[in-house]
Design a protein around this ligand. Structure first.
Ligand code: CA
Length: 514
């Protein structure tokens, strides 16, 4: 009785403190409902109640987010969630970067509400989405079969591509390389024949912002470097979980990469130059080829147009491997570990899942992808179109959107059109080229392990991975010989528990994806 009275009193107080908004087609509650939220990500310090997108969502749904983000002074979302856990007080909604791991661990213990039935009964738009993309539902599902979070679901398939200085090819009278042997010849010519014309042997034929991209080249010898958008990840081969760094193609690939490195075809500073290498080597007219993101890499054709005479840096198809396969190993992951979940303290679970569902309606999706209609975009022929002010601003479009509360880590389905509108024509041509060639391969979407599987994985994997990376770097740098070391290497992996790790990964994978 007492409890009911207090609850009623609180509700009444809320009703008085906020003005009831006019009814909309998306109204979930006439009396505004306030829900506390932890929302952590690198790009913003917590959930901001004055975001225009939040204000518009309030008007449309009657649901108000109240910021209760822990760990605002850290950039690390995992750390923020540990701080949240330490408070002993789970907010009504927990969202942001990397929530999956957290909710999969604590959901089964009762900290988060399973969403399966709530979705079936109250979230027709989310349900329709998962019915259409069952693999995405599987990827988001926890080891106990429940869904504990609504993920951020990226749109668009393409991420990285191979880029080459087309004007250098022309200067040297070379054709675009169609296979790994031709690529070797082109990179050698870049090294020796002074394509930048300054009389110095200063060209860096292959470079990368992330040193791990040098490993990508193993695909040219039919090896694998990763099966997902994370480096060094497992990959799926016709239903079997494997790891690239134990395969024959990898052995052959690393042997050849080491050879290329010793001949100066790969940046001598590949492991140390870091994230500014693309900017530096391109603007100094020294870099010849890389493997990097379509949109941002294509952007240099615009930004360096004045500075580097004739600068033309375009995507080209993956050269065919030794076995004749053209493979683009990198692609966008369709399900992020980011999103949001319902805390066990939430007494408005039904309203909350309806609120989550709102972001999957056309209106909610436009709001989250493009911002508030009339502010950042207008409707043109039934589609959201950014205003010229947004497209021509000095600040990148995605940063502008974060600052109004759009494109943040809610559970939502991204609309690739948001990015297409600010990708330049060279990026779009490159994507078209990759689309026609169909170079992408099957993706590993991750697994949710049972506690006993996780235990095995945690016991062995970290040290195996460290060992793999140590050996790999030594081989590329030439301080070890992969041919001589290989049998020992494979035997050591076995000794370190490699087979046990693959076994639990496979069990989890088969359970999750069938
Ligand atoms: Ca030169």
């Amino acid at each position: 009785m007492q409890k009911t009275f207090i609850a009623t009193a609180i509700l009444t107080a809320i009703a008085f403190s906020t003005t009831a908004a006019a009814e909309t087609p998306y109204t979930i509650s006439d009396e505004p409902i306030e829900l506390t939220i932890h929302m952590h990500a690198k790009q913003y310090p917590g959930y901001q109640e004055d975001w225009p997108v939040e204000q518009e969502a309030r008007r449309l749904t009657g649901i108000h987010m109240i910021d209760k983000t822990s760990g605002k002074n850290t950039e690390d979302s995992r750390e923020a969630m540990n701080l949240l856990l330490a408070t002993g007080d789970i907010p009504n909604i927990v969202g942001g970067g990397k929530v999956k791991e957290f909710v999969d661990q604590f959901g089964p213990e009762g900290a988060f509400i399973p969403l399966n039935d709530l979705i079936d009964e109250h979230a027709p738009n989310i349900k329709a989405f998962f019915d259409k993309y069952p693999e995405r539902r599987a990827a988001a599902t926890s080891a106990d079969g429940n869904l504990y979070y609504i993920p951020y679901l990226p749109d668009g398939k393409y991420g990285r591509a191979y880029f080459m200085r087309q004007d250098w090819l022309e200067t040297l009278g070379l054709e675009e390389p169609q296979n790994v042997d031709e690529l070797y010849k082109v990179l050698t010519a870049f090294r020796n024949d002074d394509p930048n014309g300054n009389g110095k042997k200063d060209e860096v034929p292959f470079f990368a912002r992330q040193w791990e991209e040098v490993l990508r080249l193993v695909t040219l010898w039919d090896g694998r470097s990763s099966g997902s958008d994370s480096y060094h990840d497992f990959y799926v081969d016709d239903g079997s979980i494997k790891h690239g760094y134990a395969g024959e193609g990898y052995r052959e690939g690393i042997k050849n990469i080491a050879q290329w490195y010793s001949e100066g075809l790969i940046d001598a500073e590949i492991f140390t130059r870091g994230s500014s290498s693309r900017e530096f080597l391109l603007s100094e007219n020294m870099g010849g080829m890389t493997h990097d993101w379509f949109a941002s890499t294509s952007g240099y054709n615009v930004s360096l147009k004045e500075k580097v005479d004739g600068f033309t840096f375009k995507a080209f198809p993956p050269p065919a491997s030794k076995a004749g396969v053209r493979m683009e190993e990198h692609r966008r992951i369709p399900v992020k570990p980011d999103g949001w979940a319902i805390g066990h303290t939430n007494e408005h679970a039904v309203e909350t899942i309806k609120y989550f569902d709102f972001w999957f309606t056309d209106t909610g999706r436009n709001l989250q992808n493009f911002g508030v209609e009339g502010d950042t975009w207008t409707m043109v022929d039934g589609k959201a179109q950014f205003t010229d002010a947004v497209l021509n601003a000095d600040k990148p479009v995605n940063s502008q959107l974060y600052s109004v509360g759009a494109q943040i880590q809610r559970g939502y389905f991204q609309d690739y059109d948001y990015e297409r509108q600010w990708s330049n024509s060279i990026a779009l041509e490159g994507i078209e080229l990759y689309d026609q060639g169909d170079y992408l391969v099957e993706q590993f979407l991750g697994v949710a392990m049972k506690p006993e599987e996780q235990k095995v994985f945690d016991k062995y994997w970290a040290s195996i991975r460290t060992y793999m990376l140590e050996r790999q770097q030594a081989w590329v740098l030439g301080t070890g010989d992969i041919e001589a070391d290989w049998d020992d290497y494979v035997a050591t992996l076995k000794k370190m528990g490699y087979d046990e790790v693959l076994e639990v990964m496979q069990a989890a994978y088969t359970r999750q994806y069938g």
